[in-house]
Design a protein around this ligand. Structure first.
Ligand code: NDP
Length: 244
């Protein structure tokens, strides 16, 4: 199945930012979208908006740190729509701070959501896609998966990990498409997870040139709409005005 129309696309972290914009863009182009995140009120609202505009959407509460929950989310997509063509592992958190601040709970949270969450999406989706004979993973990394910045050591480590895991997955499966999307600074709620005042102030300045989440959504749509024999392995999409 090529293109976007009719594809069943499960999106983690669909309650705000890039995930929300991607759900809208793909549904507008005829995909059947399945929305996952913890804030179900947001998901319900977005699914109603998509359905009201003539699209097809389902939603289910999802915590990507929980493997069984992630399996249940992908099962829900398959039960509702009969198959799962694309899984967008987008959920992420970014509580930046200097290592010296020893915010160890926040380090663990980033590892749990940004790395384990992606692995859980792969664990839930891989058997389904192998049984179907094809599918696509779109894993959201970052420019922080290409370079390290002060206060972002752990966050960048998680995004480098997304790149490594995705490349390993791609090399092991020539019947699947694997895409990494690496956004630069993008308008979303991501910086809301920063509790360290100095890091928050620095990020407020950095984010002044942010691109809209819709720009990243279009990059994701581009990777999905290619013919089955074309794997867009990575897209970096960043503000023109950004050196990073
Ligand atoms: P947002 O904070 O707006 O969105 C993050 C999403 O992740 C929310 O929908 C949130 O939903 C979800 N999420 C967080 N924790 C969990 C969890 N445990 N289980 C399920 N869902 C979870 O930020 P963005 O849209 O910016 O982030 C999307 C991705 O893009 C992230 O991976 C981020 O690292 C990446 N990225 C963003 C950039 C930016 O500048 N915005 C730049 C580079 C990469 P809920 O809280 O309802 O569960």
């Amino acid at each position: 199945m090529s293109g976007i129309e009719g594809k069943v696309i499960a999106i983690t972290g669909a309650s705000s930012g890039i995930g929300e914009a991607t759900a809208r863009e793909l549904a507008r182009r005829g995909a059947r979208v399945v929305l996952g995140a913890r804030r179900t009120d947001r998901l319900e609202h977005l699914a109603a908006e998509i359905t009201g505009a003539g699209g097809q959407a389902r939603h289910r509460r999802l915590d990507v740190t929980d493997l069984e929950d992630t399996r249940a989310f992908i099962d829900h997509a398959r039960t509702e729509f009969g198959r799962v063509d694309v899984i967008i592992n987008n959920a992420g958190v970014m509580p930046l701070s200097a290592l010296e601040a020893l915010k160890i709970d926040e380090w663990n949270r980033m590892i749990d959501v940004n790395i384990r969450g992606v692995l859980h999406g792969i664990a839930a989706g891989l058997p389904v896609m192998k049984a179907q004979g094809g599918g696509q993973f779109v894993n959201v990394s970052s420019i922080g998966g290409h370079a390290v910045f002060p206060t972002a050591a752990v966050y960048c480590a998680t995004k480098y990990a997304v790149l490594a895991i995705s490349e390993g997955l791609r090399q092991e499966h020539q019947d699947l498409r694997v895409t990494v999307i690496s956004p630069g600074v993008t308008t979303s709620e991501l910086a809301d997870s920063i509790t360290d005042p100095a890091s928050k102030a620095g990020m407020d300045e950095f984010r002044r040139i942010a691109i809209p989440a819709e720009a990243v959504a279009r990059a994701i749509a581009y990777a999905i709409e290619q013919p089955d024999d074309v794997d867009v392995s990575e897209v970096i999409v960043r503000p023109t005005a950004s050196a990073y």
